[in-house]
Design a protein around this ligand. Structure first.
Ligand code: FUC
Length: 828
């Protein structure tokens, strides 16, 4: 994917800008306020989480590292350390699977088109109004076959000599640098193991060192799960294991390279290395499969050459230049993304935070117990952890983040660790744009592109429509059909929802080439699917989705709110894109349908936003899906421009309650942020940390499911900034708990990067940089007064408008500083 972030500030620049901006703010603030704001910008506390013990359990305590394609979990045992690792394309199932004999894999599609069955369900719904999910699944479902599971690639097992006394044990994940480590003192020496997954060098690295020469001694071996063949080959301190999965014959290869500094290395026939008396040692792991994201076979080249080339490159680097050079390349690449955003909620100094630097499990236990500085520090960490996970599980050249990102230690993970598209895959990418990680969307778009061909077959076979779609879930084998699980199998709106992500990417970055070449073809196909699949509602003649199912809730009906909202948004966005790109014939076609389309926005008898077209909502119901609120967030059909509907979403959300699974809570954080209720959003965030977060900070459904991390990070960002094509809203939902703070590098639609500092709940200053010449409209918490300056020259510029909606003209690449103006009297 094209790099779309030329204008995003580099990490160091952005810190510099804050300092520069602050000096300017202090010119206009009282001394006391200035000191307080300075404290909040004094510099971030170190972002790290650590345990004082090795992981007792993979799910709750391991620490994840990843480079998108590869992931590994650090467990850090003292005498036996297991580094479990993954590569995204290692899946069972698919076209070559031996499961289910001759029936094999069918992409979730019946052999013959199901148009008759569909017509039958539509007629039954028209007549009865509702159908039980079981009844529909019986007719339209398809028994799942050879769907497959995401697999663990293997374990790197490290064995160390027994140590009598071990002190100062620390197993840490450093979010500032994207590295994990284990360190301890034993027998008078201090030992450190560092682990990283490098995107530029395409390997996982483990570096072992001690503060005394000749103290590195261990045995290393790769262990491969037994559901595959495995041939071991050893040469020049490199072990290669290759083979194929029993289930589908998918060829894989992994290589382990040892580079020891001094000491003696012994290589055994079983593929293990023994190192004794070395000063330090580096282990590199490369891995890949023959998977290719190409319909219908999904097979590419034997992975040997690719894995070998990667390992040759990385090991040459370490041999010639040493591990620090490989590490430096990783840190640079990682920080280029991660360090764009700095969130400071504590107002505390680094020293104060350090004092509270206790193990992560204890920090979680203490959360909410009264130490507000440590609570805020944990919230900062949790926010940044979501960004860390996205960078680590979604980089160009591989598959998108699945239900567990890239981390899975099982042959049969929950929900196959697949891609669920009725909320989960979408939620994984909610933080991508707003938290300045736009590049992480590349794998998502590559993946959706790869669904175009099978998705077109699904559209034709199941609905007799043009275009493409998918339903509830998909795997890496182009599964675009249906399963037969009544609770969730029919969700053809998933295609519309995913297509909208392309348009969001365009709106944030205004990259017209992306719009023309990547976004529009996919959006148009998704729109064509719906142009062919909408039917007139027998009740009022409006165009509706039928059968329609509000995700995992209630009965099948016609025109449920979420179905209509998603289709409405897709067609509206596609029309906007078509008109930008001059496809006027399609604009006309969309106009015709949009005029008659039910938008799925209705207020019911108890003031709620209806989940179904008929008023069926139960005020006592607390189902985790809040699908009818899509139009509030992440959709935009409801907002301050529709006050009555906004009030109805508030009623519905209150009734659903604050409780939910990890991702459900995360969604509610964002929803309350969009109802400008920062305190309620924060209350749910607190509950998320208390009840839906594992000791290693992974979100839990239960079990571990990564969407809750991504959704909560996005929700926190939505508390600080919201935007549409016209406005940027600064601090829309600041909770009391975040009394003073600062944030840098958040992104707004229209290609704008924003830094902010606030004190006593009030915005003190904001720096805005636009990637293009434009008129920027800002919505502020209050009327100010505010002053606008050119950040570089300090020259005062015109700030138009009054009240809390203000505007100014921005030139591409220039930085603008907005400050709250204090009266002269208090300036002393
Ligand atoms: C959706 C949710 C479930 C779960 C699954 C992976 O179907 O309703 O709660 O998160 O995805």
């Amino acid at each position: 994917m094209k790099r779309v972030h030329a204008r995003a500030q580099s990490a160091d620049q952005s810190v510099y800008t804050v300092a520069g901006a602050l000096a300017a703010v202090c010119l206009t603030l009282s001394t006391a306020t200035c000191a307080a704001v300075s404290a909040t910008a004094a510099g971030p506390a170190p972002l790290a989480l650590w345990f004082d013990h090795p992981a007792q359990d993979w799910e709750t305590e391991s620490l994840p590292i990843g480079n998108g394609a590869l992931g590994a979990t650090v467990q850090g045992g003292i005498t036996r350390d297991i580094l479990q690792f993954n590569e995204k394309t290692l899946w069972t199932g698919g076209p070559a699977s031996k499961q289910n004999g001759p029936r094999g894999y069918d992409f979730g599609l019946p052999r013959e088109p199901r148009h008759q069955a569909l017509a039958q369900m539509r007629a039954a719904l028209a007549e009865k109004g509702q159908l039980a999910p079981q009844a529909v699944a019986k007719v339209l479902g398809n028994p799942i076959t050879a769907y497959g599971n995401y697999q663990s690639f293997g374990d790197l097992v490290l064995e160390f000599p027994a140590a009598d006394t071990v002190a100062d044990y620390r197993r840490a994940l450093d979010l500032d640098n994207g590295t994990a480590s284990v360190s301890y003192t034993a027998g008078g020496a201090h030992y450190t193991r560092e682990y990283l997954a490098s995107y530029p060098d395409e390997v996982i690295a483990v570096h072992l060192r001690a503060d005394r020469p000749g103290h590195i001694q261990f045995r290393a071996q790769l262990q491969i799960p037994d559901n595959r063949s495995a041939e071991v080959h050893i040469q020049d301190q490199r072990v290669t294991i290759s083979g194929a999965l029993d289930d589908n014959g998918l060829g894989y290869e992994t290589q382990l390279q040892l580079i020891a500094d001094g000491g003696e290395v012994t290589t055994k026939e079983d593929g293990s290395f023994t190192v004794a008396g070395a000063d330090s040692a580096t282990l590199l792991i490369a891995a890949g499969t023959e998977y290719a994201a190409e319909y219908p076979q999904y097979r590419g080249q034997n992975p040997h050459r690719m894995v070998q080339a990667r390992m040759d490159r990385a090991s040459r680097k370490v041999h010639r230049h040493g591990y620090p050079v490989l590490r430096a390349a990783h840190v640079k690449d990682y920080r280029n993304l991660f360090a764009r955003v700095n969130l400071n909620l504590t107002g505390a100094t680094e020293t104060q935070i350090r004092k509270r630097d206790v193990p992560i499990d204890q920090r979680l236990d203490h959360y909410g117990a009264g130490d507000t500085t440590s609570d805020r520090a944990l919230e900062e960490l949790y926010f940044q952890f979501g960004r860390y996970l996205l960078i680590s599980s979604s980089r160009d050249g591989s598959l998108p983040a699945n239900l567990q990102g890239v981390w899975n230690n099982s042959a049969t993970p929950p929900w196959n660790a697949d891609y669920h598209a009725n909320i989960n895959l979408q939620m994984n990418y909610w933080p991508a744009e707003v938290t300045n990680l736009s590049e992480t969307t590349g794998p998502l778009f590559d993946f959706i592109d790869s669904l175009q061909k099978p998705g077109a077959v699904a559209a034709e076979k199941l609905l007799g429509a043009r275009g493409w779609t998918l339903f509830l879930n998909t795997n890496i084998w182009g599964f675009t059909g249906v399963i037969d699980w009544p609770t969730a199998f029919w969700q053809p709106e998933a295609g519309a929802w995913l297509a909208d992500h392309y348009y969001e990417h365009y709106r944030f970055n205004l990259d017209k080439t992306f719009l023309r070449e990547r976004a529009y073809p996919v959006m148009k196909g998704a729109a064509q699917f719906w142009l062919d699949s909408l039917v007139p509602d027998p009740r009022d003649g409006k165009l509706v989705v039928s059968p329609s199912y509000s995700p995992e809730h209630g009965n099948f009906t016609i025109g449920a709110a979420m179905s209509q909202q998603l289709v409405h948004e897709l067609l509206t966005n596609t029309r906007a894109a078509a008109s930008l790109l001059g496809d006027s014939a399609f604009v006309d076609e969309l106009n015709g349908t949009l005029e008659n389309l039910d938008p799925g926005l209705r207020i019911g008898s108890w003031g709620q936003l209806q989940e179904w077209k008929s008023d069926l909502d139960d005020p006592e119901n607390q189902h985790r899906h809040v699908s009818q609120l899509y139009a509030l967030f992440p959709g935009e059909g409801i907002g301050p421009h529709t006050p009555d509907l906004q009030e109805a979403t508030r009623t519905s959300l209150k009734a659903r309650g604050d409780v939910g699974t990890g991702w459900s809570r995360a969604w509610k954080i964002a929803l309350w942020a969009h109802l400008d209720n920062g305190d309620r959003a924060h209350r749910i965030l607190a509950a998320q940390l208390k009840d839906s977060t594992l000791p290693n900070l992974w979100s839990t459904h239960p079990p571990f499911q990564i969407d809750g991390n991504f959704g909560a990070t996005a929700g926190m960002a939505e508390m600080l900034i919201q935007s549409d094509d016209r406005h940027i809203q600064l601090l829309p939902a600041l909770p009391d708990a975040w009394n003073s703070g600062s944030v840098t590098g958040l992104r707004a639609r229209g290609d704008v990067t924003v830094d902010m500092a606030w004190h006593n709940q009030q915005l003190q200053r904001a720096t805005l940089v636009s990637g293009n010449d434009r008129n920027i409209q800002i919505k502020l918490q209050d009327a100010g007064p505010f002053t606008l300056r050119d950040s570089d020259s300090g020259k005062v510029l015109a700030l138009r408008g009054k009240g809390n909606t203000r505007a100014f003209t921005a030139r591409a690449g220039k930085s603008y500083l907005l400050t709250r103006t204090t009266h002269k009297k208090s300036l002393q």
